[in-house]
Design a protein around this ligand. Structure first.
Ligand SMILES: Cc1cc2nc3c(=O)[nH]c(=O)nc-3n(C[C@H](O)[C@H](O)[C@H](O)COP(=O)(O)O)c2cc1C
Length: 325
């Protein structure tokens, strides 16, 4: 299947693996890229710019295919070493960057000068239009279904994607809730040039996370995610667990008076405890509604081949059969 996204990134299939904190290591990115998708290393999971440089080098040893790096721009009192990370990406010869969080305007000139293609992930059409205006190459439109930060508008992809298609001039992938071939076909019908998946790629053989995490995704239904940090206007979709229930109890008790300090035990330093140690009640970790559709742990190659094979059958078979010859 050729789309504007496969052409832009030089990949075989229109499937991107979104940056994921404590999941997007070299092994994950390389497995997705080797399977013909676009794998992405998560920049901020690497403690320093030097660590990121080494991770890029490691990924290059694992795949000859294109891969990207995610840079998440968070509002922060003590910001990470963004200039260092950007330099590590440029020096490492990476040609694709997924930006997320704040508008990437400040970093765009350096990335573009280095010939890097930028795909910006955002949760609203107005943010997508701002990113388009500053010159990003593509967008990843993250609907309300998504794992992680869906923003505060709560617009699911069934509305968000057609709106994006009406307004945007550059290609976009649909993100949030995707994991199957029928959904890929739906995304294409709604105007997207491919899909971005997070949660689905965690439940794969190669995802470098504790087996408890994969098992939790398999066991979860579509009813098992929660939205936390709404009162702080920093909403995150996470998998329900004892830590998350504690966090939600604090939110309901403290109401508008809640501050970040109140919830530090349930959100700070949680990712290594979940992803590396498999301590599944440690606190809030991003997980999407698509968990309800996931019931196996294939290799990335099996997953992507299945999605592309079934998408082909749906388009040539069922859909073609619906219209008069
Ligand atoms: C465990 C986990 C960690 C994530 N961490 C990040 C991150 O650090 N930066 C980012 O831009 N997106 C992050 N995401 C969001 C994904 O890149 C992607 O946009 C999202 O998972 C799409 O929704 P889906 O899970 O329904 O496919 C994370 C997602 C998960 C599941």
């Amino acid at each position: 299947m050729r789309t504007e996204i496969t052409e832009l990134f030089g990949i075989e299939h229109p499937i991107v693996q979104g940056g994921m904190h404590w999941v997007g290591f070299a092994e994950m990115a390389a497995a997705v890229s080797n399977a013909g998708g676009l794998g992405i290393i998560t920049g901020l999971t690497q403690r320093t710019a030097d660590d990121l440089a080494r991770e890029i080098e490691r990924c290059r040893k694992l795949t000859e295919k294109p891969f990207g790096v995610n840079l998440t721009f968070l509002p922060s009192v003590n910001p990470p070493d963004y200039p260092g990370y950007v330099q590590a990406i440029i020096d490492g010869g990476v040609k694709i960057v997924e930006t997320a969080g704040n508008n990437p305007k400040q970093w765009l000139p350096a990335l573009k000068d280095a010939g890097i293609k930028v795909i910006h992930k955002c949760t609203s059409v107005r943010h997508a239009l701002s990113a388009e205006a500053i010159g990003v190459d593509a967008l990843s439109i993250d609907g309300f279904e998504c794992a992680g930060h869906p923003g505060e508008d709560d617009i699911p992809n069934m509305i968000l994607l057609p709106l994006a298609a009406r307004k945007l001039g550059i290609p976009f992938v649909a993100s949030g809730g995707f994991g199957t071939a029928d959904q890929l076909v739906a995304a294409l019908a709604l105007g997207a040039e491919g899909i971005n998946m997070g949660t689905r790629f965690i439940a794969t053989q190669e995802a470098p996370v504790h087996d408890n995490v994969k098992r939790a995704i398999l066991e979860a239904s579509e009813l098992d995610t929660r939205l936390v940090m709404r009162p702080l206007r920093n909403t995150e979709r996470v998998l329900a667990n004892a830590g998350v229930e504690r966090l939600l109890a604090k939110e309901s008790t403290l109401g508008d008076a809640i501050t970040f300090e109140d919830i530090v035990p349930e959100v700070a330093g949680v990712y290594p405890r979940i992803m590396r140690d498999g301590e599944m009640d440690a606190g809030a970790w991003s997980c999407g509604l698509v968990a309800g559709l996931i019931d196996d742990i294939p290799t990335c190659q099996e997953l992507i081949d299945r999605i592309m094979g079934e998408a082909d059958e749906i388009i040539r078979g069922r859909l073609a059969g619906l219209v008069a010859p």
